[in-house]
Design a protein around this ligand. Sequence first.
Ligand SMILES: Nc1ncnc2c1ncn2[C@@H]1O[C@H](COP(=O)(O)OP(=O)(O)OP(=O)(O)O)[C@@H](O)[C@H]1O
Ligand SMILES: [Mg+2]
Length: 174
Amino acid sequence: MMGGMAGLEGVEQPRQRSSASAVRLTTALEDEQGLSAMELYGNPADDEVTLPSLPQSAHEARRLTRYVVVRLWGLSPQIAEHSVLLVSELVGNAVRHTGARSFGLRMLRRRGWIRVELRDPSRGLPCLMPVHDLDTTGRGLFLVDKLSDRWGADLLPRGKITWFEMRVADRQNA
Ligand SMILES: Nc1ncnc2c1ncn2[C@@H]1O[C@H](COP(=O)(O)OP(=O)(O)OP(=O)(O)O)[C@@H](O)[C@H]1O
Ligand SMILES: [Mg+2]
């Protein structure tokens, strides 16, 4: 019995080591990509940053969002995953539904909350649609509605800001 257990441990340990190294590598890569996106566009937690309205800008917005949430604000991987997913949906909407040449990304932190804002130049409002099992579109805002604690769109004289907020647990010494 003991021999069998020892054998199993022998199989498991290298796997654990390799998955730990994979996580470290992924984290290092994400940090590097986040930092280079910051160098290119600026820090959305300091001031609004402008990204071109291109499909690949969703990658840049995700990298910036992850870096701010995890590295600058020290929040949990789960908050990072959700923010990154929702920011992609807002970027996808700005790119596909507004015809804008660029959009603005801004991130704000208050005690117990984070807020992510996407500004675009269209005064057309986002519209949450009922989602059915076989629907292949119309899911973006449904996800935003499910995973955020609050979301909305505020009209501006030219354009609008679509935003979402999430409750977060503040670190003791944050
Ligand atoms: N930034 C925006 N400006 C103007 N209209 C928007 C914007 N975002 C969303 N909409 C409108 O709201 C609808 C619902 O958006 P939602 O993201 O839920 O679905 P979708 O973009 O059509 O599909 P999916 O996100 O699943 O690819 C869109 O079809 C569009 O009409
Ligand atoms: Mg969408």
